[in-house]
Design a protein around this ligand. Structure first.
Ligand SMILES: Cc1cc2nc3c(=O)[nH]c(=O)nc-3n(C[C@H](O)[C@H](O)[C@H](O)COP(=O)(O)O)c2cc1C
Length: 179
């Protein structure tokens, strides 16, 4: 097999599996809700179940700046992982390009046509249109150069009945072509 040797800074993205995207909701200290699309996430521990999300914390080139959602999570210690289905592609695109860091007055729920729904255990709202919502409390974090790997302990998980029965496809069934 013939192979090329690449340089990590440029080529590492080719190894990014980007299997699915989720939308993270969190509120800041003033109670203002934000939504951030995240592709770098995973279930990272079995017993107890723990989830990891990679949240940008520093300026490091055009697309890398501290997400307002990172600030929200720092301020409250809570977040929700909202898993979209295939109908929400436009919404996660909006939530992945509009930032409260640069547009503090934006209402991303309104812009993306999404509905705030009260959570059971955390202050952050669920996204009503997402068929799965995982309410998390911050368990720990691993500080990396541009991102924090934030580990969340799930406190409550909401499942739409048709997802459990296999009648609705989640976004994680269809790897978006990010690379
Ligand atoms: C497909 C996609 C995946 C993304 N994945 C991440 C990610 O894993 N971590 C991150 O910090 N930002 C990620 N982003 C960028 C944020 O969603 C984006 O900067 C957003 O506007 C931040 O909003 P906020 O500052 O209001 O929190 C992604 C964007 C898109 C479109």
């Amino acid at each position: 097999m013939e192979k090329l040797i690449g340089f990590p800074n440029r080529e590492a993205w080719r190894t990014y599996s980007g299997t699915s995207v989720v939308m993270i909701t969190a509120v800041d200290a003033l109670g203002r809700a934000d939504i951030c699309t995240v592709g770098a996430w995973s279930l990272v521990n079995g017993v107890p179940p723990l989830y990891g999300i990679a949240m940008c914390t520093k300026s490091a080139g055009a697309n890398y700046f501290k997400r307002h959602t990172t600030t929200c999570i720092e301020q409250t210690g809570e977040f929700v992982i909202n898993v979209p289905d295939e109908s929400l592609t436009k919404a996660w695109g909006i939530c992945g390009t509009v930032s409260l860091t640069t547009q503090p007055d934006a209402d991303k729920f309104a812009l993306a046509g999404l509905t705030r729904t009260p959570a059971a255990k955390v202050g952050a709202p669920l996204i009503g249109e997402c068929p799965v919502n995982i309410e998390c409390r911050v368990h720990s974090k691993h500080v990396l150069p541009s991102h924090d790997w934030i580990v969340g302990e799930p406190l409550a998980i909401h499942w739409a009945q048709d997802v459990i029965e296999g009648r609705r496809r989640l976004e994680w069934n269809r790897a978006p072509k990010l690379v």
